[in-house]
Design a protein around this ligand. Sequence first.
Ligand code: SF4
Length: 274
Amino acid sequence: MKILKAKSAGFCFGVKRAYELAREAQGENVQTLGELIHNPEVLEELQTKGIKAVSAISELEDGVVIIRAHGISNRKRSELEKKNLAIVDASCPFVKRIHSEVEKFTAAGIPVIIVGINNHPEMQAVVEDFPQAIVVNDVEDSRLQNFSQKKVALLSQTTETEENFQAVAAKLREFSAEVEMVKTICNATTERQNAAVELAKEVEVMLVIGGKNSNNTRKLFQLVSEITRSYWIENSTELKTEWFAGVEKVGITAGASTPEAAIERVVKELEGLS
Ligand code: SF4
């Protein structure tokens, strides 16, 4: 069986940076506000290094806090600054850009719509600072019709698909006077998605590796599932021999929160089946 890996897969720039900053963080009580990375293996590794995830600011003890790549609202940042904490900011610059774009349009009185997932931490942080901004999942959201004859700004969550972003833009144009599109989809996401789609066309089975609560991994799985038989696994122990019966080519992709070591373990396991 031939094992092919997508040209772009696994840790992205922002997640890699957050992971490295966490490993380098010095001091007592190193904590991350929320899970640093949506990957159980990585979280376990960090825990063995004494880095624990805390879900609320009120639970933080004096020491070091790491802001994860998803970013944080200004409101929460000020709360952190009032505490006896050293702050390590691992917010991804691409996520920060969404905040500054929303700020710019809001100051100019232009309504902002963001294509994304409302309860995703990246979007929650934006909406906490700019409650007027609306997060829509797709074209089915009836609130898109509320912008009849108005100029609107359309942005996206960094992990959104280009296809969904364009579809929402087309729907908005049916009602709005002008749609100013700002492409805030991260290149790493687009590259990973394109590479996964290309590979899925070549193989009989696709494996998508990543945490079950990772949004960008879910998107990858959705995209490749439409093309070929696909399985979403968190690690190599979930592989099932029967998935590969009679299969000549298997493709592998992985979400932005999946470390290279986890991908390699899956490759090794598959080699054992060949
Ligand atoms: S996917 Fe893109 S925006 Fe998100 S953390 Fe990675 S590099 Fe940053």
